[in-house]
Design a protein around this ligand. Structure first.
Ligand code: AMP
Length: 397
């Protein structure tokens, strides 16, 4: 069985072709600058990468080019599009849809109806699905939502203390994001410690350019740090995370900002970039801090402290913790970040082997737990695409 996984953004489209029988990725790549130029990078394991600057007017062009390369006699990995059994689409927001599902007209209409609460990621995801439908008519397609793993949250975790009518009228509630990643790593963690997820209290720390932490108790999400949008919670590369909401109206008045301009400040000019003034990239912020830049150091201190706060609150909410795990770009790679977050947490049962944390391999599941510590602390590389391919396979079967 071969499954194509598509992750469409506003000007980009990532793809991976899985051979599910062999559990391998046979090709993957990235279309960039869609609508503003165009380029594709196409990768096959063990072979040289292929890159081409080529005009991509829209997502239809991007998908057509992906299929052309996948079936190309020289650069391809399959002889015909017929070899693709199904397509799995990453969709950031599923609204009230609580599980991955086969794409039907009804599902598409529903996704179109919630674009208002998902303005950044909704339209490109829909374009990606429609583009695939055009060139692969009749091919089974599945949508996998970042929000669905969080749909088990109790009301008290997802209702904001706003007038209740805004929840009823506009569906203003916590949805949570990165769910496909949290689901994948929580399952991997359970396998790693050799216990069913139903018997574990796990905190999954997805820390990348966007970051969210999730409390998974007995296999179910009971709370997560991202909210109505992927803005709430930790400070991120360029997003501010949780702030006093009144700052928003105050700054809009002071600076005469429109709602869109304010959104821009909160989403694109804040976080690591906003505080450090250096970069949104963790490596560059560390480099500046190491060189003595005080604001870069402050940005890192804020991130590490907020990470501790969320972990502490989830331990309180779950009534304990068995597994703490780090994933995504920062979680998987940034040893100093992990050491900072886990520092002085021994009273909660969390203690890592600092020497091993500083030298452990990257790109594989590793355990950082210090001898005698009660909580198992792990690093689990995330694989959202594999989770999407797995859901797709299960649904088309
Ligand atoms: P992601 O969004 O998951 O791709 O993560 C991107 C973030 O991971 C960026 O802030 C990167 O700086 C950070 N990152 C990637 N590799 C490293 C590394 N070796 N050390 C520190 N941060 C890293």
């Amino acid at each position: 069985m071969k499954i194509l996984v598509v992750n469409a953004g506003s000007s980009s489209l990532k793809y991976q072709l899985f051979d599910m029988d062999k559990n391998t990725v046979i090709a993957k790549g990235l279309c960039e600058k869609i609508g503003i130029g165009g380029a594709i990078t196409h990768k096959r394991p063990g072979k040289a990468d292929y890159h081409e600057d080529i005009e991509l007017k829209d997502h239809d062009d991007a998908i057509a080019l992906v299929l052309k390369l996948l079936t190309d006699p020289e650069l391809g990995v399959i002889s015909s599009v017929d070899e693709i059994d199904a397509v799995g689409h990453r969709v950031a927001h599923g609204g009230k849809l609580k599980a991955s599902m086969i794409v039907t007209d009804e599902v598409l209409h529903y996704l179109e109806s919630i674009v208002g609460i998902n303005p950044l990621h909704g339209p490109p995801a829909i374009k990606g699905i429609n583009a695939c439908k055009k060139v692969m008519p009749g091919k089974p397609m599945v949508t996998v939502f970042d929000t669905s793993f969080h749909s088990t949250m109790p009301e008290k975790s997802y209702i904001y203390a706003l007038p209740y009518e805004y929840y009823e009228k506009y569906q203003v509630r916590r949805y949570g994001f990165h769910g496909t990643s949290h689901r994948y790593v929580a399952r991997e963690a359970a396998k790693f410690v050799g216990k069913p997820m139903e018997e574990l209290k796990i905190i999954t720390c997805h820390c990348g350019n966007g970051s969210s932490f999730t409390a998974v108790k007995n296999g179910k999400v009971i709370d997560t740090s991202m909210g109505f949008t992927p803005q709430e919670g930790l400070p991120m590369g360029t997003r501010c995370g949780s702030i006093d909401p009144t700052i928003v109206t105050y700054l809009m008045k002071q600076e005469g900002l429109t709602p869109d301009q304010m959104d821009d400040v909160l989403n694109k000019k804040s976080g690591l970039l906003g505080v450090s003034g250096v970069s949104s990239d963790m490596r560059e912020v560390w480099a500046a801090a190491d060189a003595g830049n005080e604001r870069a150091k402050l940005a890192l201190d804020i991130l590490i402290q907020d990470a501790k706060k969320i972990i502490g609150s989830y331990i309180a909410e779950m009534g304990g913790i068995d597994v703490l795990l780090f994933t995504a770009g920062i979680g998987e790679n940034d040893r100093a970040f992990r050491a900072g977050v886990c520092k002085d947490m021994e009273y909660l049962g969390i203690k890592i082997d600092e020497a091993y944390n500083a030298s452990c391999p990257r790109g594989e599941n590793v355990e950082l737990t210090a001898p005698g510590a009660k909580v198992r602390t792990l690093v689990i590389p995330t694989d959202e695409e594999l989770m999407i391919a797995t859901d797709t396979l299960n649904l088309i079967k």
